[in-house]
Structure formats: C-alpha cells, structure tokens
Design a protein around this ligand. Structure first.
Ligand code: NAD
Length: 267
C-alpha cells in the first residue's frame, strides 16, 4: 500500500521544479494526479515518463473561469478529490521603487490570486465528494515572505506573505469540515527558474549557496517529500507554514565562521 493509495490529487506548476517532483512522488505513493501547467509539451512528456496515473491538464491558474471548468471536470471524473497542491509562482525582483502597477497586478495574479482561484473552485467540490473524510490542501509560499526579509524581493515577499495569510484563513474557516490546509515555505531550491533566472552565473550561484547554513540549496525532491508528508501523515496539523530552508531563517544572524576543528573541540 502506498501512502496515497487510491487518492486523487491535483497539482499545479507540474511541468518543472517542485511541482513536477511532487507529481512524481504522489504517483509513486499510489495517487492519480492531475498535473496542471501552461507548458503543455512538458506535462505530456511527464505522463509518458511517469505513466497513466498522470493526467496532464493545460491550465492557466490565473484564469478563474478555466479553473472553475477544470474543477467541474475533476468532480465529474472522480469519486473523491483528496489533495490539492498549489505550486505556481514566479519571482519578481527589486524594491518598491522598481515595481510599477502592471508588475504589482501580475505578481498578485500569479502568486496569490491563482491560489485563491484554485481553492475557491476546489473546496466545495472536495467537500461534496467526501463530506466526512480528510481533505488536504498544500499551498506554496516561501521563506522570503512574512517569515524572513530578503533583499530586492518586495513583490515576492508581499505576495507570498499573502499566501501564508490566505492559508491560515482558509484553514480556520474549514477545519470543522475535515480540511487540513497548510503551506510550505521553501528556502532556495535548485529548479529551472532558479538556474535560468536567478543563479545565472557561477558567482551568483555561490552567493545563493553561501547564505544557506547547510552550504547548499535544496533539491525539488526534498520539498516534494515535505508536501507528501503533510498530505499523507500530518493528520493533526492545519493552518501552519512548514519552513524548509536548510536552516537559513534560523541562521539569519549570520552563518558561523568557526572551523570544524573548533566546533569539535568539546565533542
Ligand atoms: N525555486 C525556489 O528557489 C523557490 C523558493 C521558494 C519558493 N518557491 C516557490 O515554489 C513554487 C515552484 O517554484 P519552482 O522554482 O519549482 O518552479 P519554476 O519557476 O521552475 O516553474 C514554475 C512552473 O509554473 C508554471 N506556471 C507559471 N505560471 C503559470 C500559470 N499562470 N498557470 C499554470 N502554470 C503556470 C510554469 O510553466 C512552470 O512550469 C513557486 O510558487 C515558487 O515561488 C520556489
């Protein structure tokens, strides 16, 4: 028996990075997964790689009508809808002074309103399918949010902090209906967008790694493993932000410079 045997999951940002790793992990544990993304070719390829338990869905999660139509389709096709993993997001850079109205609206649409669209469309359908049972939603925030201030991430922090608040509000309002609604707050993760848009030179990559207490950034699989744990095992937890950042926040006062020899002197 897998940890998600006979469960039906919906995951967004499934074409690459954390979302893709999560789809694979959910399927390994026995789930049927609707893998949603705007990158049609990549999600079709994912189905070829992973198998028939993946149902590729071309979906723009900022399009509320398309999201509602998709949720109605899943309701028709499945006996239950057990798990919703909202993973879409993008990383606008800069301070408030580089943020114009268009960027503000785009960031809110992609990072925050998309999560709202998915939750609004799916919560009633998840409930109708399984009123008495466990229903799980995992949203994707970031440690760069209300959790930890990072430089030049004004819009990103605003929109991801809102995902944390949205998560807590939804969790509070739906706990008595059997919903567990949590979010994950990753630190830096080695994904396509990180490599192609942020860690674009060896120097930048080193700077990202140097700020991590563990001396490396996360793999998408490490984040997927936490999402799976929340979905399959964390049955007494709702409204929480799960920080997964390699000790970054805890080391915000600065990473120690003591040598291994010094550190081990008294061990
Ligand atoms: N990579 C990191 O360092 C990091 C750190 C903290 C949090 N996060 C968050 O994790 C999530 C995933 O990040 P990642 O780096 O794995 O992904 P990524 O940026 O590599 O990929 C994002 C995926 O989302 C899809 N997408 C974008 N807009 C969409 C839309 N409107 N509708 C449907 N799909 C859309 C893209 O096609 C892409 O496949 C994001 O919410 C991100 O903010 C990432």
């Amino acid at each position: 028996m897998g940890r998600l045997s006979d469960k039906v999951a919906v995951a967004t940002a499934a074409a690459q990075g954390i979302g893709r790793a999560a789809v694979k992990r959910f399927v390994q544990e026995g789930a049927t997964v609707y893998a949603c993304d705007v990158q049609e070719d990549k999600i079709k390829q994912l189905k070829i790689e992973v198998g028939d338990a993946v149902i590729p869905v071309t979906l723009d999660v900022t399009d509320a009508l398309a999201v509602r139509n998709f949720a109605a389709r899943v309701e028709q096709e499945q006996k239950t809808i057990d798990l919703l993993f909202n993973c879409v997001g993008h990383v606008p850079e800069g301070t408030i002074h580089e943020c114009d109205d268009a960027q503000w609206h785009r960031a809110i649409e992609i990072n925050t309103k998309s999560v709202h669209n998915m939750c609004k469309a799916f919560i009633p359908r998840m409930d109708a399918k399984n009123p008495e049972g466990d229903k799980c939603i995992v949203n994707t925030a970031s440690v760069a949010s209300s959790v930890l201030a990072t430089a030049n991430r004004y819009l990103y922090m605003v929109t991801k902090g809102a995902v944390i608040a949205l998560t807590k509000s939804l969790a509070h309002d739906h706990v008595q209906l059997g919903f567990r609604i949590n979010c994950v707050c990753p630190g830096t993760v080695n994904t396509e967008s990180w490599r192609n848009e942020r860690a674009t030179t060896p120097e930048l990559r080193q700077a990202f790694e140097a700020r991590q207490a563990m001396g490396r950034v996360a793999t998408p699989e490490e984040i997927a493993e936490l999402v799976l744990y929340i979905a399959a095992e964390a049955t007494y937890t709702t409204g929480e932000e799960f920080i997964i950042d390699g000790g970054w926040r805890n080391s915000a006062g600065g990473i120690g410079t003591a040598s291994h020899e010094d550190l081990r002197r008294y061990l």
